[in-house]
Design a protein around this ligand. Structure first.
Ligand SMILES: C[S@@+](CC[C@H](N)C(=O)[O-])C[C@H]1O[C@@H](n2cnc3c(N)ncnc32)[C@H](O)[C@@H]1O
Length: 230
């Protein structure tokens, strides 16, 4: 069944197709300031909380689903926030299309699709390639937050961080099941309400680590990356 595409007319929505390759995403905002990215924003409840707490940061919230982008835009419009822009785009596509070295002060990935079946695990967004690519787009000491309800995903990513040179763990353990002052998203609340644990990881790009453009690993061919923007 194909879903009806809802037209999004919100001023918070930025159509990736109307932006040229290498477009400077900070130009989408009234004020130039540090730029953070939320990947898979869902209905936008996390981003409006974080953006309200951090008016000194511009936030791009992306999701591949039109309905999620629509709902996120409605939340942003109701909140009156001017530091959030919403885009319907796949994460690796956005970064390969408009990404620049050192452009992000933070990346948030909350409850990404866990792909629980063993044969689907190679569909998970967080893998060695993507974590390495993020090091190029994160500024020195730029932060990466990853939250999952899925223990197997948490362990897998926790093992990857030390294996991908360039990250520094901001927590005294690979992950915590609590993170003070971290806004809860719809999925995080849902799992909490069911009494299930959440696994928080907080890393940052080491200040002394650099990845040159020529060292960027090519995006994995496969799930959701077949139709990269031209
Ligand atoms: C399980 S939901 C979690 C939504 C929200 N972060 C939350 O915690 O409530 C995962 C979301 O990520 C989006 N998504 C999955 N893969 C993505 C990708 N590669 N790039 C952008 N969005 C993605 C999905 O469309 C979905 O809305």
């Amino acid at each position: 069944m194909t879903q009806r595409v809802i037209e999004i007319t919100s001023p918070a929505f930025a159509d990736i197709h109307s932006l040229g390759r290498d477009y400077d995403l900070n130009q989408l905002f009234p004020v130039r300031q540090p730029l953070a990215l939320e990947i898979g924003c869902g209905i936008g409840d996390f981003i409006v909380q974080r953006a309200a707490e951090q008016p000194q940061v511009n936030f791009i919230a992306i999701d591949i689903f039109n309905k999620g982008c629509y709902k996120t835009c409605r939340r942003v419009d109701r909140s009156g926030l001017s530091n959030v822009r919403v885009m319907r785009v796949e994460a690796r596509q956005l970064l390969s299309y408009c990404g620049r070295a050192d452009m992000l002060s933070a990346v948030y990935i909350n409850c990404p699709d866990p792909w629980p079946k063993k044969r689907h695990r190679n569909r998970r967004l967080l893998n060695r390639t993507f974590l390495t690519q993020l090091l190029y787009y994160l500024q020195p000491e730029g932060e990466l937050f990853f939250v999952t309800d899925f223990a197997d995903y948490a362990y897998q990513v926790a093992q990857l961080f030390p294996a991908v040179a360039g990250y520094e763990n901001m927590l005294p353990a690979p992950f915590f099941t609590e993170m003070d002052d971290y806004p809860l998203s719809k999925y995080m609340r849902k799992f909490r309400d069911q009494g299930l644990p959440l696994y928080f990881q907080h890393q940052r790009r080491r200040a002394d680590f650099t990845l040159r453009e020529s060292e960027l690993p090519p995006t994995d061919k496969g799930f959701r990356t077949r139709h990269l923007l031209e």
